[in-house]
Design a protein around this ligand. Structure first.
Ligand code: CTP
Length: 424
């Protein structure tokens, strides 16, 4: 994911910067925080340090104990110049809140703190989120400073209208909400090569539930984390992403169209409806393979009724059904969560389900099993096997999408297109 540098200046909206950092970190970004001296009148550095897991810098003369790196990165073996290194490593620099004083310094090219010096030295996309009283925001000096920054290519996250910090005051000047800021920042982030701009990606995630009665269901332990990571990585690469989520209790990045479903039949309908417009299908969900026969009991089954036995019937295989009507230009990726050594079973699913790749993982290993933060997978396709060693689900998602890029760039296209079926 990306490296976001956040400059926090002195203003009551600094409390919203904490939530921004929490959301950005949760979305998988590495965040470093620079605070102006006045920011610490409103919020403590320890709060940001706790959430980001990295020190906050204020003075341009402060040595950076991490050597200008972002969380999770290896410290260089020399001591680089802090304000150049951290800014050079950032994928974007957001100043939020940007107070009237800080806006003036940024527009005037001042370099009297880590925040202002870093801002001048930054060649990555720069954004500012002004936050102040409406009378201050309408003052001609502030208006001119905002316009100066805009004319220099700095993105302005325009403040909203609403209740202001001072009691009873209302007007323009409320800093954008953290979710809005994260969406703007993510849209400003440079895209990696092999961008998925213009592609429609359909992802399924989570485990379906088949109702037994009004309160009980037949379900499985899939949390949806891998599917959400895939959807967020596809979004980051520029794709239009729809996530069909079965009982997923996770928040997903703004910008992803989310369709919540409960049962395998509902998931099948939601995916089928969108499949024709899809370029890449990532079928990470665990749909139940069986559903109770007949209609579920309308009330709650009593102990006696429940013990009479449960009749099940198979659900439809959604992936195989979609693959049967696929176009050659579409890429279909299935997932096989197996217990123990199921590689051969997973390989059989590659041809049985007529998909371009099967992502195999061993869910009997607790460190990479259901609901864990990490995964280790083997991607099986017509050209062989690719091991993605144990890493965060975000990194594994990135490796899966890299493999999709490779599959799509093969001159012959999919080996499972209609022509393939005709000649075999
Ligand atoms: N799948 C599906 N519809 C189902 C069951 C599974 O589309 N009713 C998809 C899964 O989302 C996954 C792939 O098929 O991408 C493999 O799922 P898995 O449960 O391993 O395969 P099954 O066909 O159910 O095989 P089995 O349970 O016999 O191993």
């Amino acid at each position: 994911m990306s490296r976001i540098l956040l400059g926090v200046s002195g203003g009551i909206a600094a409390y919203k910067a904490v939530e921004f950092v929490r959301l950005a970190t949760k979305a998988g970004h590495g965040v470093r925080v620079l605070m102006s001296a006045n920011a610490s009148r409103f919020i403590g550095a320890a709060t940001f340090e706790g959430i980001t897991g990295a020190p906050v810098l204020t003075s341009e003369f402060d040595p950076d104990p991490t050597g200008g790196t972002f969380p999770g990165e290896k410290r260089p073996d020399h001591d680089p110049i802090s304000h150049l290194e951290i800014v050079g490593n950032a994928d974007c620099f957001l100043v939020a809140p940007a107070s009237a004083g800080t806006l003036a310094k940024l527009a005037g090219g001042f370099a009297d703190s880590m925040l202002t010096t870093g801002f001048i030295a930054c060649t990555a996309p720069r954004l500012v989120a002004p936050a102040m009283n409406d009378k201050m925001y309408r003052d001609p000096a502030v208006v001119a400073n905002v316009e100066t920054l805009r004319s220099r290519g700095v993105m302005i996250c325009e403040p909203n209208s609403g209740d202001l910090a001072s009691r009873g005051e209302y007007g323009v000047g409320r800093m954008q909400e953290p979710e809005e800021l994260l969406a703007v920042v993510e849209s400003a982030l440079p895209r990696p090569t092999g961008s998925w701009d213009g592609m429609n990606v359909l992802v399924s995630a989570g485990g379906t539930r088949e109702p037994l009665d009004a309160v009980r269901f037949l379900g499985n332990r899939s949390s949806g984390k891998m599917g959400v990571a895939l959807a967020e990585e596809a979004l980051r690469r520029g794709a239009s992403v729809t996530l069909v989520a079965a009982n997923v209790a996770l928040e997903v990045a703004p910008g992803i169209e989310r369709v919540d479903v409960e049962t395998t039949a509902q998931m099948s309908d939601a995916l089928t409806e969108r499949f024709d417009a899809t370029d890449v299908l990532l079928m990470a969900a665990a749909p139940a393979d069986f559903t109770p026969s007949g209609d579920p009991a309308s009330g709650k089954l009593s102990r006696d009724e429940g013990s009479r036995g449960l009749e099940l019937e198979p659900t439809s295989d959604i992936l195989a059904g979609l693959a049967a009507r696929r176009r050659e230009s579409q890429t279909l990726i299935g997932f096989a969560a197996e217990v123990g050594d199921g590689i051969e079973r997973a390989r059989q699913k590659l041809s049985r389900k007529r998909v371009d790749a099967i992502v195999f993982n061993d869910v009997s290993r607790p460190e990479i099993g259901f609901d864990s933060a990490e995964n280790e997978v083997l991607i099986l396709d017509s050209e062989g096997e690719t091991l993605v060693p144990r890493a965060s689900k975000a990194s594994v998602a990135s490796a899966v999408l890299d493999r999709v890029d490779q599959i799509r760039s093969r001159p012959s296209g999919s080996p499972f297109g209609p022509e393939h079926f005709r000649s075999h």
